[in-house]
Design a protein around this ligand. Structure first.
Ligand code: ATP
Length: 441
């Protein structure tokens, strides 16, 4: 391992160990020894991912007039994948070590086996589509695929969306959902999985290079702003342009939004100008007219497509890494804290009765907890000393801890402790929901 990789592994190891310990992410099928490239999200992880997807939806669909959403089937007619070119070219070059027989993606390694230094075979192409069979009668089952990307579910519905809504160009269709790839080398925690979720926008414009490139630049900017608005540190984000040799043959322009994982830059999302490739191919293969009729110019044409394609799991991983801090809590005492943006934090607050064995404290704390739970995910903890409870919530990324003490009974207020500054302030019980609402904006 080179020193750069070792450093990255260090951070990923810390985050994956915290993720397992606290219930963010477990290895898939853990008690059976796992299944390479699959991961299960625990009670905190499922909330983090749900918050991420909700924020995507709010920014990309809910707040806009020019984007609608869909949720297409994972399993599609196999002709879709012929049309999209996935059966011919959705592949990676694979090499095998002649000594230890480990397999690698040829484009990710040098000339020798990274595990044992042995010699490698010539690269072979390896299709990434995951095959599956539908139907009940052996021999008559239809061979199809678990979708390798969620993109095609949108393009095959271009006409349906046009016919069932009043959308006019330029407009977009967003989707979030699972995709599957037989990755040759799954790994680096959830970074490269075989089952993962994507969040995408397919934005249709007139087939005009100048206009479509303006939208391309616009969406590049919007997507970067979205990551920054959720707290990713600016110095850890950059755009990387695909060189001419990396561009898909149909692509007119492509940039990756990359995240700096320690000192290595890694793809988090792609912004692509796909020309009219997908709609043209689906029109050709389905024999259904997919042209758009422009009422102003009375012209019919196939639209250009600007795509933004991000990974939900990859983004969740980078948000975890970016939020992970080990720091001095007070002299001689360290804490691990996830400084997640409150919008992404799995639990928005935790409620503690100061002492477990004082029924009047527990009762008041319970009332506050039940009330907050109507609006937010909130944690309850009455075990051990308050310092330990704070540290446990720091590791879970909970932005606020609310403690009910004896003063609360008399004065009707509580202590609210801020995760990042560790500062505490007294807040009236009746003001807690408004206090949280203001902080969670
Ligand atoms: P890579 O070069 O890393 O294999 P890609 O260029 O094939 O990725 P796209 O097909 O553009 O990726 O997919 C869009 C996004 O989906 C990626 O930016 C990434 O966030 C996510 N993604 C792709 N493959 C995986 C995977 N195996 N595991 C997790 N996320 C993935």
């Amino acid at each position: 391992m080179n020193p750069k990789k070792e450093k990255t592994a260090g951070m990923l190891e810390k985050v994956s160990s915290l993720a397992k310990r606290r219930g963010f992410i477990y290895p898939g099928s853990d008690i059976y020894g796992g299944l390479a490239g699959t991961w299960d999200y625990g009670p905190l992880g499922v909330e983090l991912k749900r918050n991420l997807k909700n924020e995507f939806w709010k920014a990309m669909v809910q707040s806009r007039d020019d984007v609608v959403g869909i949720d297409a089937a994972i399993v599609m007619n196999p002709r879709v994948w012929e049309a999209s070119g996935h059966l011919d070219s959705f592949s990676d070059p694979l090499v095998e070590c002649k000594k230890c027989h480990h397999r690698f993606r040829a484009d990710q390694i040098d000339t020798k086996c990274p595990d044992c230094g042995g010699p490698l075979t010539e690269p072979k192409t390896f299709n990434l589509m995951v095959e599956t069979y539908l139907g009940v009668i052996e021999g008559e089952k239809l061979k199809t695929y678990l979708r390798g990307e969620i993109t095609q579910g949108v393009h095959v519905n271009f006409k349906n969306v046009l016919d069932s809504t009043r959308m006019k160009l330029p407009f977009g269709v967003a989707q979030v959902g699972k995709a599957f790839r037989n990755e040759i080398t799954p790994g680096e925690f959830t970074f490269r999985s075989r089952e993962f979720e994507q969040m995408e926008l397919q934005f249709y414009t007139k087939p005009d290079m100048e206009e479509s490139m303006r939208w391309f630049e616009y969406w590049k900017g919007e997507r970067r702003k979205w990551y920054l608005s959720l707290g990713l540190r600016e110095e850890n984000l950059r755009f990387k342009e695909h060189g001419k040799d990396q561009l898909a043959h149909y692509a007119r322009a492509a940039f990756d939004i990359e995240y700096q994982l320690e000192s290595e830059w890694k793809e988090m999302e792609g912004v692509h100008h796909r020309g009219d490739w997908d709609v043209r191919r689906h029109q050709e293969y389905s024999k259904v007219d997919l042209t758009y009729f422009d009422e102003e110019t009375k012209e019919r044409f196939l639209p250009f497509i600007i795509e933004t394609s991000g990974g939900v799991d990859r983004a969740a991983l980078f948000f975890l890494v970016d939020a992970y801090h080990e720091e001095e809590a007070k002299e001689g005492e360290m804490r691990t804290v996830l400084k997640l943006h409150p919008k992404l934090a799995p639990m928005k607050a935790a409620v503690f009765p100061l002492l477990k064995n004082k029924p009047e404290l527990v009762k008041l704390a319970r009332t506050i907890y039940d009330d907050l739970k109507k609006e937010w995910m909130v944690a309850w903890d009455d075990r051990g000393n308050i310092g330990k409870r704070y540290f446990a919530q720091d590791e879970a990324g909970t932005p606020f801890c609310i403690t009910v003490d004896f003063d609360s009974l008399e004065k009707g207020d509580v202590t609210v402790r801020d995760r990042d500054s560790m500062k505490q302030e007294r807040v009236k019980i009746s003001d807690i929901p408004a206090y949280l609402r203001a902080k969670l904006l």
